[in-house]
Ligand binder design. Structure first.
Ligand code: 13P
Length: 249
């Protein structure tokens, strides 16, 4: 009942030319896909050209980050209003933002609120580090990220959750479908507690962490896994198109 949703997170990759080449190849490869939502999240520098390259296609565009003020003296930052000129989606709270740029649950919460205020759809990332998993406090950590990240919100209809265990990102070490399902089900139960059954049932929860063409299908077979947020394997048009077309894998 939830429509599959496959999203790319390019992170700090691709020049303008590389992005244009990707767009030309990728839009052809996925042009017949009508039963899965497709999103490509790109660096700020590529938003404008990707908007032009992908106009009229079945591919949505997103940014990878946003600041929580509308304008002002915040050198180097980009606001939701600025992103809205080019994209419909934004990733908030990625573990790399949390790790390298000190983003706390409170900052993530402010960013989500600001993005929603300006009608951007949010891909809200959560996930535990290896250290936390080994300590046996995975659910505690992820639960806190969800509660604090979504604190003060009444409606989550424009939010997609991405569960990305940090130990599985860029390591080639995917969570097993069972490990991922256990966490997705935990997250959905928590959404039900916070926002009610209907909202929990409708919210899509993506898995992220070394999703590849060869493992996407078994992940997608799990009841509470509604899609993927893909890093490395999204940089190549052919490999990402295979993930988007997971049903035929
Ligand atoms: P990889 O697919 O490269 O593991 O990255 C996952 C990720 O961080 C997507 O946001």
């Amino acid at each position: 009942m939830r429509r599959p949703f496959i999203a790319a997170n390019w992170k700090m990759n691709k020049t303008l030319n590389e992005a244009k080449n990707f767009a030309n190849e990728f839009k052809e490869l996925v042009k017949d896909v009508s039963d899965t939502d497709i999103l490509v999240c790109v660096p700020y520098t590529l938003l404008c050209s990707m908007k032009n390259e992908l106009k009229g296609t079945n591919i949505n565009i997103g940014a990878e980050n946003v600041f929580y003020e509308d304008s002002g003296a915040y050198t180097g930052e980009i606001s939701a209003l600025m992103i809205k000129d080019f994209a419909e989606f934004v990733i908030v709270g990625h573990s790399e933002r949390r790790k390298y740029f000190g983003e706390t649950n409170d900052i993530v919460n402010k960013k989500i609120k600001k993005a929603l205020e300006h009608d951007l759809k949010v891909v809200f990332c959560i996930g535990e580090t290896l250290e936390k998993r080994e300590k046996g406090i995975t659910k505690e950590i992820v639960g806190k990220q969800v509660r604090e990240g979504l604190s003060g919100l009444e409606v989550i209809s424009e939010i997609t959750i991405a569960y990305e265990p940090v130990w599985a990102i860029g390591t080639g070490k995917t969570a097993t479908p069972e490990q991922a399902q256990e966490m997705h089900s935990f997250i959905r139960d928590l959404l039900e507690e916070l926002f009610g059954e209907d909202a929990a049932e409708k919210t899509r929860i993506l898995y992220g962490g070394s999703v590849k063409p060869h493992n996407v299908k078994e992940l997608m077979e799990k009841q509470d896994i509604d899609g993927g947020l893909v890093g490395g394997a999204s940089l190549d048009a052919e490999s990402f198109s295979k993930i988007v077309k997971f049903k035929g894998q």
